[in-house]
Design a protein around this ligand. Structure first.
Ligand SMILES: NC(=O)c1ccc[n+]([C@@H]2O[C@H](COP(=O)([O-])OP(=O)(O)OC[C@H]3O[C@@H](n4cnc5c(N)ncnc54)[C@H](OP(=O)(O)O)[C@@H]3O)[C@@H](O)[C@H]2O)c1
Length: 118
């Protein structure tokens, strides 16, 4: 199995466990977005955070310099959790998946967006 398969299988297993668990909340959706510092990832966070039912996890390489996300989080309807998720760091991804599971109990949609423009 390649490194990227291991990394994705970690997230997939978290999503499966969340889906098989009965919902205890109303309609909250937990949607981590990787690579959300700018570009499409940032726009995804902006779109999801307009709905107060959503739990938005904005994955970035450097939360301290994610100024656009910090500004957005001041006015967004949903809470935006700016998280240190480097998509190239396998161990970091495992830790992030575990922390999200422990904090929110589920992942409904994972936006594996991190990368460069073609
Ligand atoms: N734009 C298109 O036409 C197009 C077409 C097909 C597919 N895509 C795909 O869609 C995704 C987003 O595209 P985009 O146009 O929004 O790209 P973009 O404007 O270049 O933004 C890419 C984002 O990904 C982040 N990133 C890169 N590597 C990362 C890593 N290892 N860990 C965490 N974050 C990382 C960057 O972080 P920093 O800000 O820290 O650099 C940046 O915030 C990419 O995967 C791209 O391949 C785009």
């Amino acid at each position: 199995m390649s490194d990227s398969t291991v990394y994705l299988s970690e997230w997939m297993s978290l999503m499966r466990s969340g889906m098989s668990r009965p919902r205890t909340d109303t309609l909250q959706h937990c949607s981590p977005v990787t690579g959300s510092n700018r570009g499409i990832g940032f726009d995804l966070v902006k779109a999801f955070s307009a709905d107060s039912n959503n739990i938005v996890i904005a994955g970035v390489r450097d939360p301290a310099s994610a100024t656009a996300l910090q500004e957005l989080s001041k006015t967004a309807k949903a809470k935006i959790h700016i998280a240190n998720i480097d998509a190239a760091d396998e161990e970091g991804n495992r830790a992030a998946a575990k922390e999200i599971e422990q904090t929110f109990g589920r992942v409904d949609v994972l936006w594996a967006n991190a990368g460069g423009s073609p």
